[in-house]
Design a protein around this ligand. Structure first.
Ligand SMILES: Nc1ncnc2c1ncn2[C@@H]1O[C@H](COP(=O)(O)OP(=O)(O)O)[C@@H](O)[C@H]1O
Ligand SMILES: [Mg+2]
Length: 234
């Protein structure tokens, strides 16, 4: 994540009276939300161009699988970012298991934490097999303590969530919506992780680097309930 750029943007927004409410009547927000939708589902293999997205959002019957996925993503992100903006306004962070599960559900998945082993497509990293809910609680705790070194820890938190891979499916999309939820809750604009081949490679490379840094943690606590460990503050 380009920290300098986003900090500059926040300064500019602060000058203009802080980050605007994420409502689709606001053209910039709508544009960002649409671009995020297209890119985030592209990372998962669903391509649709701007026109196809416009058609889908206009309420015409979705004709393709990509359009269906886009509508679910767009609606979920829109609602969740509205909530994030309320966090920002009230200087509070509503962040916990119900929110995480509900995002996964609204995206069309089960919203249930997995009970079985899973593989991340194309990755060497193996997500933990046990204590999924405990791992998620540690992730939540970590997000509540981003304070100093905010951007660095925010990136780590995203990789941490993806490595836990708590759901059977939809972890990428759920995790990216959570990432922007945290940003907006803190008064920052959203980020768009690009889904084009080259940019996706870069995103995956970043995740792999953090896989390497965090894998010891997962191995070490594989058979010990993570809530018994002091890992969330480090
Ligand atoms: N090496 C990796 N380490 C951690 N997470 C990864 C790695 N490679 C891919 N991912 C994450 O896994 C996501 C895909 O998981 P998946 O549950 O299928 O999500 P979705 O259904 O949204 O497709 C990617 O979008 C990415 O965020
Ligand atoms: Mg998937």
């Amino acid at each position: 994540m380009d920290e300098k750029l986003i900090v500059e943007r926040k300064k500019l927004l602060d000058k203009l009276g802080s980050v605007p409410e994420p409502v689709i009547e606001n053209k910039e927000w709508l544009y960002l939300l649409e671009e995020e939708t297209r890119n985030s589902i592209l990372i998962e293999g669903y391509f649709l161009n701007e026109e196809e997205l416009e058609q889908a959002l206009a309420g015409n019957k979705p004709v393709s699988k990509s359009q269906e996925e886009a509508i679910k993503y767009f609606k979920t992100a829109k609602f969740i970012y509205g909530l994030a903006y309320e966090n920002f306004k009230s200087n509070e962070l509503l962040f916990g298991i119900p929110l995480i599960r509900q995002i996964n559900k609204e995206l069309g998945f089960s919203g249930e934490f997995r009970k079985e082993k899973i593989k991340i497509g194309g990755a060497k990293f193996e997500p933990p097999e046990n204590y999924i809910e405990d791992w998620v609680r540690i992730y939540i705790d970590y997000v509540h303590n981003l304070n100093e070194n905010f951007f660095n820890r925010l990136c780590v938190s995203h990789a941490f969530f993806e490595e836990i891979h708590p759901f059977i499916d939809g972890n990428g999309r759920t995790g990216r919506i959570l990432l922007n939820y945290i940003l907006i809750s803190n008064g920052y604009p959203l980020v768009i992780i690009k889904g084009t081949d080259k940019k996706k490679q870069l995103y995956y490379k970043g995740l792999e680097e953090l896989d390497n840094q965090l894998s010891d943690l997962f191995v070490k606590y594989e058979n010990i309930p993570p809530d018994k460990q002091e890992v969330s503050k480090s």
